[in-house]
Design a protein around this ligand. Structure first.
Ligand code: BJW
Length: 232
């Protein structure tokens, strides 16, 4: 590949798998144990809020016991040392990129450690359970929900993401199945705009055919090796 200046990195559940956080679509993943329609749609939340709040309370508690792995640390190092533009667009709702030290991170599907008040529309940092319907710290209404993006809802930061895709010369996808749009379409956007594209994944994904290059293996090995190449 040629020399690069501006990079967009898309990460998915696979980058956090070796930290012990469940993926969605792998064998034994979250969608084998829970119906997507029940726990990851606004309709499911309206139908059975307790089920949904319990699902996210369990996951919010779990992520606070997990640690970033070498893949998160390598991306944080790249973020710190890369002089050009760089944006880590993560679909993950965990905070492992930040805990590894990365700064240029955008959570397009929201964050476990935020609660969103649907009365006053303010998002507040949140580590505790939501099942008991605690009051919003800003307006006191008992209408907090997980600050995550469900199917049918608009992902966050799309203008910033598309602006970064327009100016990047390298798009890298790490540990995502390419099953969920609009993130699954970023590789096509990047190719059409003339960027080089690289996929790092345990196995081939739905979008593998779109990438100029795919490297297969665990993120904890592939990502540090790729970052070494970039900073050499
Ligand atoms: C490893 C590894 C290791 C494992 N090392 N790798 C066409 C166009 C546009 C939209 C649509 C469309 N068709 C349908 C839609 C709508 C819908 C959609 O995509 N549906 C699909 C089912 C087709 N999309 C939406 O509704 C989105 N909103 C939207 O489109 O708004 C309108 C819009 C249009 C156009 C532009 C802009 C907006 C919203 C999607 C919200 C997704 N929400 C979830 C839940 C978030 C909260 C939570 O965490 O509970 O987000 S679903 C779930 O999937 C989660 C993830 O972020 C997302 C992606 O999953 P991910 O990360 O890829 O995980 P897996 O498990 O699928 O894959 C793991 C990968 O890791 C695998 O490849 C493994 O091999 C790999 N791996 N171990 C390296 N050690």
């Amino acid at each position: 590949m040629r020399e690069h200046k501006n990079i967009v990195i898309l990460t998915g559940a696979g980058i956090s798998a070796e930290s012990g956080i469940d993926t969605f679509r792998s064998a034994g993943g979250l969608w084998e144990k829970h119906r997507v329609e029940d726990v990851a749609t606004p309709e499911g939340f309206a139908r059975d809020p307790e089920l949904v709040l319990r699902f996210y309370d369990m996951r919010r508690e779990a992520i606070q016991t997990k640690q970033p792995n070498p893949a998160h640390h390598a991306l944080a190092r790249l973020d710190a040392d890369w002089a050009g533009e760089l944006l880590i667009v993560t679909q993950n709702v965990d905070d492992l990129h930040e805990r590894a030290g990365a700064k240029r991170v955008l959570h397009m599907h929201g964050e476990h450690l935020n609660a969103w008040c649907t009365s006053c529309d303010v998002r507040s940092p949140w580590t505790a359970p939501l099942i008991d319907r605690p009051p919003c710290p800003v307006c006191a209404a008992r209408t907090l929900r997980p600050d995550v993006v469900w199917f049918g809802e608009m992902p966050y930061g799309m203008d910033r993401i598309y602006a970064a895709l327009r100016t990047c010369d390298l798009f890298v996808s790490i540990g995502t199945s390419g099953a969920v749009y609009p993130a699954a379409g970023f590789v096509q956007n990047a190719v059409e705009l003339g960027a080089d594209t690289l996929e790092l994944n345990l196995e081939r994904s739905q979008g593998s055919g779109m990438f100029h290059q795919t490297r297969l293996g665990p993120a904890s090995e592939l990502v540090p090796a790729w970052v070494e190449e970039m900073l050499a």
